[in-house]
Ligand binder design. Structure first.
Ligand SMILES: *Cc1c(COP(=O)(O)O)cnc(C)c1O
Length: 418
């Protein structure tokens, strides 16, 4: 496909450091104006000189230059080995949401295929597998704690066609050993497609294709976009045959990202390295503070040595990320007081934006997970999840301390009325 928009990179940043890649990968000045950011190309159709003779662009669902710019970027950031000779955008595909990306990825499976999935994947991903695709696609999904390679080795069989991993998971921040999983999976079935939802880690902290995975998924709504103002998802393929099928599926199903969202996401990614450095550093400080706090039962954070998979974290991640889960001493009432009294941390679903967020998984993000599964996973009434933003960490610590004081008040009030 020869078009001024998708050929002729002026320089190849693939060997550069990631802080350079987030700014330049797949980008080239607009050929007609020299503009350093791609225009938001809203046209839905492109004029042809003669039937079938055109500049490589026909119809926006299939070809959109703004979306292509983002798709080349994410393919480069996740280290896809594909070039633009293998695939139009080097293996990157953008969708209307993270779940639209997942829905398209699952279409790589024939009806009735067997899949092994991490047990505490994102609530919406869990719902799609259990409540939609088991019924409509007959997918035979086995949920398994993939942070245990022994358990995975039992679940993985020669007929397993796909492995769906999320690491770190949400909200229990379990970490799966990506190299270990790919070694076990390849032995049982070399054809199985290994997918990693890398939304929490981002390519700054972890690149699953480097550990033998085939496909990476992101909800760009979170860290990639980074400003809580755009909804989107991407898939990155590393094998030509997967890229070819995904290109067909992206166009056939049509759940593509709009040019405006592609622009917003690309704009967000330019600061991904800078933002993640701050998210990583502030989260370490807050996790340590919580771990030493008398009103905290337990902190789960990949960057703490107390994390059950800390060794895997050190082997596979370049930073711990900005997500912290902790268990507040007390129950629902203490949690409610804590959540209501925070001022900087906004009580809201979602994560990964510049602003700090706090949420209650049992009532909010994970309400769609069946209660017995929530219990098994430890999603209890005193579990709280933080998405640490890029504000000054001193103000974030003071805000948490204020929440703790309010939670203590709830305890005293309950004791007095008992
Ligand atoms: C939010 C999220 C999704 C779903 O993405 P949407 O953009 O909301 O559709 C998938 N996986 C993870 C880990 C997420 O956090």
């Amino acid at each position: 496909m020869h078009s001024p928009y998708n050929r002729g990179m002026t320089h190849d940043p693939s060997s550069a450091h990631i802080g350079t890649k987030v700014v330049h990968t797949g980008q080239r000045p607009d050929p007609s104006t020299g503009a350093v950011m791609p225009p938001i190309s809203l046209a839905t159709t492109y004029e042809q000189e003669s039937p079938g003779v055109h500049k490589g662009l026909e119809y926006t669902r299939t070809h959109n230059p703004t979306r292509f710019a983002l798709e080349r970027m994410v393919a480069g950031l996740e280290n896809s080995p594909l070039t633009e000779d293998d695939d139009l955008t080097g293996g990157g595909f953008a969708f209307a949401s993270g779940l639209a990306a997942m829905a398209t990825c699952l279409e790589l499976m024939d009806a009735g295929s067997r899949i092994v999935a991490m047990d505490d994947i994102y609530g919406g991903s869990n719902r799609m597998l259990r409540r939609v695709r088991q019924r409509t696609q007959g997918l035979d999904v086995e949920f398994c704690d993939l942070s245990s390679l022994d358990r995975f080795a039992q679940a993985m069989t020669p007929v397993t066609k796909m492995v769906w991993v999320e690491t770190p998971t949400n909200p229990t921040l379990k970490v799966a050993d990506l190299s270990g999983i790919s070694a076990i999976a390849r032995k049982a079935n070399p054809e199985a497609i290994l997918v990693c939802d890398n939304t929490f880690a981002t390519p700054i902290n972890q690149t699953p294709l480097d550990h033998g995975f085939d496909i990476v998924l992101h909800s760009t709504t979170k860290y990639m976009g980074g400003h809580s103002d755009s909804l989107g998802g991407v898939l990155i393929a590393s094998k030509p045959e997967h890229a070819e099928t995904l290109r067909f599926l992206q166009n056939s199903l049509g759940a593509v990202m709009s040019p405006f969202e592609a622009y917003m996401t690309l704009r967000g990614i330019k600061t991904l390295d800078v933002r993640m450095a701050r998210h990583n550093a502030s989260a370490v400080e807050i996790a340590r503070f919580l771990a030493s706090h008398s009103q905290v039962e337990r902190v789960v954070f990949p960057g703490l040595e107390s994390h059950p998979h800390h060794e895997v974290v050190q082997k596979q991640m370049r930073g711990p990320g900005g997500m912290i889960t902790f268990y507040l001493a007390g129950g629902l009432e203490e949690s409610r007081r804590f959540l209501e009294s925070l001022e900087i941390f906004a009580l809201a679903e979602s994560l990964g934006g510049v602003e700090s967020l706090v949420e209650h998984p049992a009532i909010m993000t994970h309400a769609s997970v069946p209660p017995e599964m929530r219990r098994e996973l430890g999603i209890s009434d005193n579990m709280i999840r933080l998405s640490v933003g890029v504000e000054d960490v001193r103000d974030l610590l003071a805000d948490i301390e204020k929440g703790m004081a309010a939670a203590k008040g709830a305890r005293a009030a309950a004791a007095a009325s008992a």
